[in-house]
Design a protein around this ligand. Structure first.
Ligand SMILES: NC(=O)c1ccc[n+]([C@@H]2O[C@H](COP(=O)([O-])OP(=O)(O)OC[C@H]3O[C@@H](n4cnc5c(N)ncnc54)[C@H](OP(=O)(O)O)[C@@H]3O)[C@@H](O)[C@H]2O)c1
Length: 289
């Protein structure tokens, strides 16, 4: 069976739906039932159930957004930086293969030639650069703890969206924010992301880091145009003048806007639709909350 940590969360629920769809046997753990943040508790649990694979979809993201991580630093550090190290220790002790949901938010911008960051590029939005939000710094630390980890996938998710209206969905956020920040980003369609993660395991691709973003990049204004073209909203969208105005009026911590290269996953046989196709499909099949 597969052990899923953080199955109660936004990403964890998408994993549960995917495991159900594939009729794979899994158990979803909550800290309330099994405190998987404790090295001893987790190791004892895994020793008893002997899972074939473990998925870590747990972490602290902050509500309503990452600005909350500037305050809840202990939870953020525990959920995003320490927890991956705890899981690594338990899984390596018992030889359990596993995958960790990380984030593309450890980068800002793109490579000097305009292309997306590859898995081999060091994080450039982290505590080491001293330019990041507390959340991004913790996600980068979490990845540092997994350098050379055995039998471990690191799956980078980036700005998730799908066709279901929700406060966590990127398209819903654009529909609801009063003013938007123009930026260029890679994105991950959530259902495709979790399918790609499970594929990594079932297709036995080599362990390591994978940028699991839909190929291509989009700007905020492109997504807004698609929202208008598909008739999802007739609202008039307003934009901040620049990053400085956004930081002054709407944000506490700097945001990561970045482009990731998804070529490594593609070369391994992991397929995701282009970001424009995935966005259009989500908007055409939109289900209001
Ligand atoms: N959502 C995004 O936009 C996004 C983007 C990129 C990456 N990610 C990453 O994806 C993972 C899951 O994110 P999510 O959006 O699904 O988060 P979420 O909805 O808040 O769910 C995360 C789950 O993690 C568990 N958890 C374990 N330690 C925790 C802690 N210290 N504080 C709070 N919760 C903790 C909780 O489950 P139990 O208490 O039931 O165990 C919680 O339900 C995180 O690592 C996040 O950094 C998310």
């Amino acid at each position: 069976m597969i052990v899923l940590l953080g199955g109660s969360g936004y990403v964890g629920q998408a994993f549960q739906a995917e495991l159900q769809r594939r009729q794979l046997e899994w158990v979803s753990l909550s800290r309330a039932s099994v405190d998987y943040t404790s090295p001893d508790v987790l190791t004892d649990y895994l020793r008893a159930v002997k899972p074939r694979f473990l998925i870590n979809a747990a972490g602290y993201t902050g509500r309503p957004n990452v600005d909350a991580c500037e305050v809840a630093k202990t939870e953020c550090l525990a959920g995003n930086a320490l927890l991956p190290g705890v899981i690594r220790q338990a899984c390596e002790t018992l030889g359990v293969p596993w995958g960790h949901v990380s984030s593309g938010c450890i980068y800002t911008g793109c490579r000097a030639d305009g292309s997306g960051f590859r898995e081999t590029d060091p994080a450039n939005f982290s505590f080491r650069q001293n330019n990041c939000s507390f959340y991004s710094g913790c996600k980068a630390l979490g990845e540092e703890l997994l350098v050379d980890a055995q039998k471990c996938f690191v799956w980078r998710l980036r700005i998730p969206f799908d066709e279901r209206d929700s406060s966590r969905n990127y398209i819903s956020k654009l529909l609801r924010y009063s003013t938007l920040l123009e930026a260029t980003n890679s994105l991950s369609q959530l259902t495709e992301f979790v399918a790609a993660c499970v594929d990594c395991w079932t297709m036995q691709v080599p362990f390591g880091i994978y940028n699991l973003t839909n190929p291509g990049v989009v700007t905020t204004s492109e997504v807004v145009s698609m929202i208008q073209q598909t008739g999802l909203s007739a609202k008039e969208f307003r934009f901040f003048r620049d990053d400085a105005e956004f930081m002054q009026l709407a944000a506490r911590a700097p945001r990561s806007n970045c482009v990731l290269d998804s070529g490594k996953a593609l070369a391994a046989g992991i397929r995701m639709s282009t970001v424009h196709d995935a966005l259009l499909r989500a908007m055409k099949n939109w289900v209001w909350e």
